[in-house]
Write a protein that binds this ligand. Structure first.
Ligand code: TXA
Ligand code: MG
Length: 354
């Protein structure tokens, strides 16, 4: 049965979180409840990471398969030692450079940490978020906080409290509403338990930045289906998916835009509601019958990343039957944007050239 409760929404200042509100939310975490909170990447659905029952509520509320492991969020380095053992030397300079921030390290799990947080694996994913509300909450709770993204399974991640409520109202005890998240894409997940450091999910910290410290870091060949090693790739591709069908176009930019424009027109003519997810500069190509969501300038991957999930949700809310979008480049944050688009499209990618 799905975890059900009365949801309370508490507004909180994202720069200087009110101590009384934090205390109230921290008490809920300590009592085994669920608290959704903002991080710099996306909203998390939090529970006491040392309490197996609380963790199982996360899975139940999100309707998330038990085979999909969850990240433990910490506020200081001492907490890593409560969660992980045999920490490799490479972890320390990474933590010095990128924590607090959008980097998650996969380490060997300490024996006292509940197995269900890691879906039974002998590893544990650990991240120290930078967001003041997340930090204050973990500090006040006095325990690491297990938190997947605060969306229901396979929906786009939540970058605002209203998205959390769309998916989880009645299934989370408290939502701390600290406004819109700044990065908008989830953390980079870096596995340090193997021979070479492997990026299981591209995210807020780029491959290029990681390679400055870890020259042999590489993207997992299966980075588009990282959510569990056990599940079939096809199944795991379905992620960040809006209700509408998504098609991603890649290739020569002019050919891509011409094809998107033509496809939009054809589909409208055949009676479909068509949404497009595009850069600001591309917007003028589409007429008023197309539902246009601008993500930001072509060259501003930060803005595109920030706006992506909200734009997918918005097009869904507008009743789009199909969403046409394009490749925005794969360097830097582009790798994370591309990964989320491919997943939203469930692999539905069209290569176009003149
Ligand atoms: O930015 C983020 O990472 C957000 C915020 C809330 O911190 N959290 C988030 O969690 O995106 P979630 O559960 O939606 O995604 C966690 C990712 C999944 O791809 C999961 O498979 C991977 O991390 N992961 C977690 N624990 C793992 C482990 N022990 N081994 C390998 N991958 C793991
Ligand atoms: Mg997620």
């Amino acid at each position: 049965m799905r975890y059900t409760t009365k949801t309370r929404v508490l507004k909180i200042d994202s720069r200087q979180p009110d101590a009384a509100i934090i205390r109230e939310a921290a008490a809920v975490v300590r009592a085994g409840g669920l608290v959704a909170f903002p991080t710099e990447t996306v909203y998390g659905l939090g529970a006491n990471a040392l309490d197996a029952n609380a963790i199982s509520r996360i899975f139940s509320a999100k309707q998330r398969p038990a085979a999909d492991p969850v990240i433990a969020h910490i506020v200081d380095r001492a907490q890593v030692d409560r969660l992980a053992i045999n920490i490799p030397p490479s972890a320390y300079p990474l933590a010095d450079t990128f924590w607090p921030g959008p980097l998650t390290l996969v380490l060997r799990r300490a024996p006292n940490v509940p197995a269900n947080i890691a879906a039974g694996l002998d590893t544990i994913a650990v991240r120290m978020p930078a967001h003041p509300v997340a930090r204050a909450l973990i500090q006040a709770a006095g325990v690491p906080i297990a938190a997947p993204s605060a969306n229901t399974f396979s929906r786009p991640s939540a970058t605002a409290a209203r998205h959390v409520l769309e998916d989880l109202d009645g299934h989370v005890d408290v939502v701390l509403d600290g406004g819109t998240t700044t990065i908008g894409l989830e953390s980079t997940v870096l596995d340090l338990t193997g021979e070479t450091p492997l990026i299981l999910r591209p995210g807020g910290i780029t491959l290029e930045a990681l390679r400055r410290l870890l020259p042999d870091a590489r993207l997992s060949p299966r980075f588009v289906d990282t959510d569990t090693a056990a599940a079939s790739p096809g199944q795991m591709l379905k992620h960040y998916a809006p209700r509408a069908r998504v098609i991603v176009y890649t290739g020569d930019i002019n050919a891509v835009l011409a094809t998107m424009r033509q496809t939009a027109q054809q589909r409208i003519d055949s009676g479909e509601r068509v949404g497009v997810l595009i850069a600001d500069e591309d917007a003028a190509l589409f007429n008023s019958r197309v539902i246009v969501q601008k993500l930001g300038s072509r060259h501003d991957l930060t803005a595109i990343g920030q706006n992506l999930f909200a734009a997918l949700r918005h097009l869904d809310a507008q009743g789009a039957d199909v969403i046409l979008t394009r490749d925005f480049g794969r360097d830097g944050l582009g790798a994370a944007v591309w990964d989320r688009l491919v997943r939203a499209a469930e692999g539905n990618i069209v290569q176009v050239d003149w």
